[in-house]
Design a protein around this ligand. Structure first.
Ligand code: HMS
Length: 241
């Protein structure tokens, strides 16, 4: 039976409301960082509520709606099988066409709290060639712990894309995967972390492409990549609260 938001415990309803605001605001980051044209990108964030209602939920944008029309009340709430709940939005409002992919990632990667998909230019150009972005920048070692891998060609609309993302990232430190002939999908501890991974993925895809136009970039020794990744993930920035 389809869940009804207003029947859920008050604390879950509060978390849904907060997450809707977060996900709506994160969608503004996609055009801000020039990661999308038109509506060609989406963000979602998990709600960890299995202890209260027996399953997690996630919030994702509605399909094909312009970013300047996206507010918290348009954000769609789904179960981890990708089904929209009775979330207060009009029945006709459909979730993103990538909802099944996001749902598959949340189901099979419990540590993931946010998923992003874009068609950002340089990352998508690497995806079109089916070539991983080699780890030749300290920024890549910091952020991705190695190369940005290529995922398989997969048609939209069922579990194929989600399965390709999980199969590629489950044994990788990278939070980004370039789905062949399609574009980048990124994961993170939350939606903002996944958006950051999408921003950094496009940045390094552009830089490495330019470097290759000048000559052959130099690889970084694996032990140096490991050291850079460890520092950035565990020391960089301000002390964790
Ligand atoms: O990549 C695709 C379609 O191929 C979609 O991710 C993109 O058009 C965005 O679709 P949504 O607006 O999220 O349904």
């Amino acid at each position: 039976m389809t869940l009804t938001l207003t029947d859920l415990p008050a604390d879950v309803q509060d978390e849904v409301s907060k997450t809707r605001r977060i996900v709506a605001d994160l969608h503004a980051e996609l055009p801000r960082w020039e990661l999308v044209v038109w509506t060609a990108g989406n963000v979602s964030q998990r709600i960890r509520c299995a202890d209260q209602i027996g399953e997690d939920l996630f919030v994702i944008k509605p399909s094909g709606v312009s970013y300047d029309q996206l507010g918290p009340t348009q954000m769609v709430v789904c179960t981890l099988d990708g089904a929209k709940i009775n979330d207060g939005t009009p029945d006709r409002l459909q979730p993103s066409s990538d909802t099944a992919a996001h749902a598959y990632v949340y189901t099979h990667m419990d540590h993931v709290g946010g998923v992003v998909h874009t068609h950002s230019t340089y990352a998508t150009a690497w995806a079109a060639r089916g070539e991983e972005v080699p780890c030749v920048l300290t920024m890549m070692a910091d952020e991705f712990g190695g190369p940005i891998p290529i995922g398989p060609f997969a048609l939209i609309g069922d579990d194929s894309i989600g399965r390709g993302i999980v199969d590629t990232l489950k044994d990788s430190r990278s939070r980004a995967v370039l789905m062949q002939n399609h574009g980048p999908f990124t994961i993170g501890k939350d939606g903002r972390d996944a958006v950051k991974a999408a921003v950094m993925c496009e940045e390094v895809a552009r830089t490495v492409h330019i470097s290759r136009q000048l000559g052959e970039p130099l690889p970084i020794a694996q032990e140096k990549v490991d050291s850079l990744f460890d520092r950035y993930q565990n020391v960089y920035g301000q002390p964790k609260k």
